[in-house]
Write a new protein. Structure first.
Length: 410
């Protein structure tokens, strides 16, 4: 098999990343923009030792799950990868994907209680645009080529309103020197954060975008409000450019509400606590909450938000979880909430959790593969009580999981 070879293949299934899986002489080929049971003609674009990648050149037989993507940039920018599949089928794919991963990694058949979803489009409250000379937009998939985008279907309409204005600006001021521009939309207010800008065009930029509520350049406030304020379940949060805040507010609220619904008193340990959103929400149903987070800016935001809400029963430790969790072994911990990065938790932290033996573990995960792997360790002392999925990123293969583990009885 070589690059540019062509074949006609049947798509067997989708892999975890939503790519079609086909076999050519028993050799695995991953095919983008394809669906199970489709008969397609393909062209090989990449050949590796154990697999190849291909694109569809024509469709011989198409699936009833297929739809025409509404986005004109869909096959260019790479921000979405399931928009060619109708939304109901996307939901089914994500449920089947998590079940398949647990079967493969943990050798168990799991029962998924539900998958919670909301709107399919205009759900992102944040986008990072790339700039090069007179071009501004999103990267073409797996390249540094910029695709100019007039409207992105998955981002907030208030952000979309700024795209054309920004494009006009960089066309007029080619020597702008901007490399990256982040836009946030919080409660109808807009924040810009630029990495840099040519001093000669800085004033023109501020004049052109004087309607923006908050503008940062090189992490310094140069115009407007220092924070954008968000309210979640009666609590206020100050959002700065560096603040980690889920991009899909509606699903975030439902996911966090689900996570903390299991907490009924006692001491709660929040691992990988970020800017403290879950810690503060859990404070209402906990006697005490202790958060551990390694990112200094996140802990700073978390402490500021504690003060903003006058919360007295939450504290944060700034360090790696594996460095500090052992110090809490002698403290009676009733609940552990953990929301680690995509790589999952580390072996030392998992071993410490098993020693602490909380009544329950609420594991929030953005990667079902590492979730299942970590469960293999935790199942020594814990059973799965419930698994709920959340479609935080419609039109992509990503899915969030809330898995609740309860301590086994002897």
């Amino acid at each position: 098999m070589h690059i540019d070879d062509t074949y006609e293949v049947k798509i067997i299934r989708l892999n975890n990343e939503g790519l079609g899986v086909a076999l050519v002489n028993k050799f695995v080929v991953f095919v983008s923009n394809s669906l199970p049971n489709e008969l397609v003609k393909i062209r090989i674009t990449e050949v590796n030792e154990n697999y190849a990648k291909a694109v569809v050149t024509s469709y011989v037989e198409t699936s009833s799950d297929r739809r025409v993507p509404e986005c004109p940039y869909y096959e260019k920018c790479g921000g979405c990868n399931l928009m060619h599949m109708n939304y109901e089928s996307q939901i089914s794919f994500k449920k089947d994907k998590v079940k398949s991963i647990f079967k493969k990694v943990s050798n168990i058949d799991i029962d998924i209680k539900d998958i919670i979803y909301d709107k399919e489009y205009n759900y992102r409250n944040k986008v990072v645009l790339k700039v090069k000379g007179n071009k501004i937009g999103l990267y073409r998939e797996k390249t540094n080529d910029i695709i100019s985008v007039d409207k992105c279907l998955i981002i907030d309409d208030k952000i979309n309103d700024e795209l054309i204005k920004l494009e006009l600006f960089v066309h007029k001021y080619i020597n702008n020197n901007i490399n990256e521009l982040m836009i946030r939309s919080i409660n109808d207010k807009i924040m810009f954060s630029l990495d840099t800008i040519n001093k000669e065009v800085r004033d023109s930029f501020l004049d052109n975008f004087s309607h923006i509520d908050s503008i940062y350049i090189n992490n310094k406030l140069v115009y407007g409000e220092e924070f954008l304020k968000e309210k979640i379940n009666g609590l206020e949060f100050n959002i700065s450019p560096k603040s980690f805040f889920q991009v899909n507010k509606n699903i975030m609220i439902k996911m966090y509400e689900k996570a903390i619904s299991y907490i009924d008193g006692g001491t709660t340990l929040d691992l990988y606590s970020g800017t403290g959103t879950i810690s503060m929400l859990a404070s209402k149903s906990s006697k005490e909450v202790i958060g551990i987070e390694v990112v200094k800016d996140a802990v700073k935001d978390a402490n500021n938000n504690l003060e903003l809400n006058n919360i007295k029963n939450v504290s944060f430790i700034c360090d790696k979880v594996e460095n500090k969790i052992d110090e809490l072994k002698d403290k009676k911990i009733d609940n552990i909430i953990m929301d680690p990065p995509r790589s999952g938790s580390d072996k030392k932290s998992l071993a410490s959790i098993l020693e602490i033996e909380p009544k329950q573990i609420i594991y929030i995960s953005c990667n079902p593969v590492t979730l299942a792997r970590d469960y293999n360790t935790l199942q020594e002392k814990y059973n799965i009580k419930e698994i709920t999925l959340f479609d935080m990123f419609p039109n992509t293969y990503h899915v969030e999981t809330v898995m609740v583990l309860e301590r086994k009885t002897l």
